[in-house]
Design a protein around this ligand. Sequence first.
Ligand code: GLP
Length: 244
Amino acid sequence: TIYPDAKTASVVVAQRIAKLIRSKQAEGGKAVLGLATGVTPIAVYKELVRMHQQEGLSFKDVITFNLDEYFPMQASSAQSYVTFMHENLFDHIDIAPENIHIPDGTLPQDAVAAFCLNYEKQIEDLGGLDFQLLGIGRTGHIGFNEPGSAPNSGTRLVTLDNLTRSDASRDFGGKENVPTKAITMGIGTIFKAREIILMAWSAKKAPIVKKAVEGEISGDVPATYLQLSDHVEFILDEGAASEL
Ligand code: GLP
């Protein structure tokens, strides 16, 4: 679906999420949301905060799982996805701290595999993700599933692509400061979500959006795996859709 601009599209996505939260609440259940970081979802989170503050949208019954985190990464670091999520969403809504899940960048490396298995189990025990929000990196990554990721991959420690580290270098004051690894939900983890929305804004994303939507399905561009799912929607602005 193509919208004239990112702001309009972001409001639509926030409304979809709010509708899901409210319908789960009406049934006495909890919405289990997979969340993303990056510049792309910021306006969605801003609109959800506005709905909380002005329309009484409550996150008391919402459980969240973030896609990824750099590794290693201190939670208190300015570049951590923990900091990002708190600044852009969690600090401004009524979500319970125990309902927030973000891959732990502070673990010793030999504890990561068990952590990842438990991350998957926590999602499964809740009945799976109702909804997954995605951005897309210029390598075609979703989460931090870089080229070469398997379609059935689970949450795991991965090595970041050179281009991904270059794109992140501004946030870290130089590429040499960008971690070489990350913990990410897998393609398989993402696929199990009952509804998936991938968002992309601006002409900068147009070439990778074209590959993801129209290209051959291949591990070289992990987002192409989304073509195999019947519950994925790409939500784009005109710039990101300009090469389709
Ligand atoms: C990072 C995140 C991805 C995100 C991508 C695009 O690599 N791990 O989840 O989709 O960046 O970022 P942006 O939205 O800033 O373009």
